[in-house]
Design a protein around this ligand. Structure first.
Ligand code: URA
Ligand code: CA
Length: 440
């Protein structure tokens, strides 16, 4: 069978057979296959879709295109994946909390991408922290501590790597079967038996409408169960940054503040919701009420914060940072962004806020760029809150004063203040389990 026949069949709208999908994935992993044939097939899939059987088949074929990790652990290892947010450091809050409740967290994380931050970059702002670990090191740390957050070890789903790079430049990212198979192939290969998915919806999210976000979640949950894993998904809001801090060390500080009980709000709320699903999939709790009670206890007792320190130490970092956040890198210039008028914060251009932090140096513009861990911004207002003229809306943390001024001007543009009260942003839109899709 050749790839041209497969392209022809998808162009005409047929469902591809397992054999045809295997041909596609083999071709994607073969450097001799021309990009234009793969790109043509990706566009045919984008336009004509794939049914659930095809999507599951594609996911498994991509997962098997590289290493398949199968860690031997005394329990059910769980992972969490977010489709990408701004100020979203739920991982650093929920991983230690879940581990403190007896969960085994094998968290495979990535670096920042575009306007969204990456957990691996955030963790590297902690002195000495190692995030590039071998498979054996990861498993050893999970056994000893209960959790480990590391970059992808081994070569997971190499076929996806090539296809994702092509999709990025051929306008074929926004396809439910292609996104679902891309993410789930890496998660299945990563070896977790339980997987909780956080699917963002709202400004700057992968899927533009709530309906599409729910459909994406449903597809990924179904693929996971068909592959013998336990999977749940939540569709959560990204109308504004989830926490108030955006930037690498700033987000680590906020996670520590949350675990120490010094601050609460949507970052903690979403972390607790996702963490509860992880405890259920991992078998530590039978239902949401029990799971929440366990997590609240781990938070109140300080066990979560203690677990974070243990994990940091196990990964070579200075765990004392959990007791003294002033050890984190700090920016030299703090520039307040003040409201020009009275009113209410109506709208936040979240994608733009992420890009502003990226331009300050919190993210990369080119692959080889070095991140500045200290820079970013701190929001002082959330959607729906009243503001007075001259009041501080946010503070820019910069290491170059000129760049900071540019960021401050841009941030003011990204925050719309209007007359009249508006409701605060919604956090949970849907919960998707094996047999149910609950829209809230
Ligand atoms: N992240 C991925 O890994 N793949 C996609 O297709 C989209 C987001
Ligand atoms: Ca605006």
């Amino acid at each position: 069978m050749d790839l041209i026949q497969v392209i022809e069949r998808k162009k005409l709208g047929y469902a591809l057979t397992a054999e045809e999908i295997a041909c596609f994935v083999q071709a994607a992993a073969d450097p001799d296959t021309p990009d234009y044939q793969l790109a043509a097939l990706l566009m045919a899939i984008r336009l004509n879709g794939m049914d659930t059987v095809e999507t599951a088949e594609l996911t498994l074929a991509m997962a098997r295109s590289g290493d398949m990790l199968a860690p031997r652990l005394d329990g059910i290892p769980v992972d969490k994946h977010s489709t990408g947010g701004v100020g979203d450091t739920t991982t650093l809050v929920l991983v230690p909390l879940v581990a403190a409740c007896g969960g085994l967290v094998l968290k495979m994380s990535g670096r920042g991408l575009g306007h969204t931050g990456g957990t691996i970059d955030k963790m590297e702002s902690i002195h000495g922290m190692r995030v590039e670990l071998s498979e054996n090191e990861v498993i050893d740390i999970v056994r000893r501590v209960g959790c480990c957050v590391a970059g992808q070890s081994g070569e997971l789903a190499p076929a996806d790597k090539r296809l994702y790079a092509l999709r990025d430049v051929t306008s074929t990212v926004d396809s439910i079967p292609l996104i679902a198979s891309s993410i789930m192939s890496k998660k299945l290969a990563g070896g977790a038996q339980g997987i909780v998915l956080d699917i963002k919806t709202g400004g700057g999210a992968l899927m533009q409408t709530l309906e599409q976000s729910i459909a994406l979640g449903r597809t990924m949950v179904d693929i996971g169960w068909q592959a013998g894993r336990r999977v749940a998904a939540m569709v959560t809001g990204m109308e504004e940054p989830l926490g108030s801090h955006v930037g690498n060390a700033l987000e680590v500080k906020e996670a520590i503040d949350v675990l120490a009980g010094r601050t609460a709000g949507p970052l903690l709320d979403v972390s607790l919701m996702l963490g509860a699903q992880m405890l259920i999939l991992g078998g530590q709790a039978g239902n949401e009420a029990d799971a929440s009670a366990l997590l609240e206890q781990a938070l109140r007792s300080g066990a979560g914060l203690h677990k974070l320190a243990e994990m940091i130490e196990a990964q070579g970092g200075d765990g004392w940072v959990t007791q003294d956040v002033s050890l984190l890198p700090q920016a030299s210039h703090l520039i307040p962004v003040e409201a020009g008028i009275d009113g209410y914060l109506h709208h936040v251009d979240t994608q733009r806020v992420g890009l502003i932090a990226q331009r300050l140096g919190a993210g990369r513009l080119r692959k080889e760029d070095r991140i500045d861990p200290a820079v970013g911004l701190v929001m002082h207002k959330r959607i729906g809150q009243p503001v007075k003229k001259g009041e501080v809306l946010a503070v820019i943390h910069a290491n170059h004063p000129a760049r900071g001024e540019v960021a401050a001007k841009a941030l003011l543009q990204a925050l719309d203040i209007g007359e009249g009260a508006v409701p605060k942003a919604k956090l949970l839109y849907a919960l998707i389990n094996k047999d149910t899709t609950e829209v809230t």
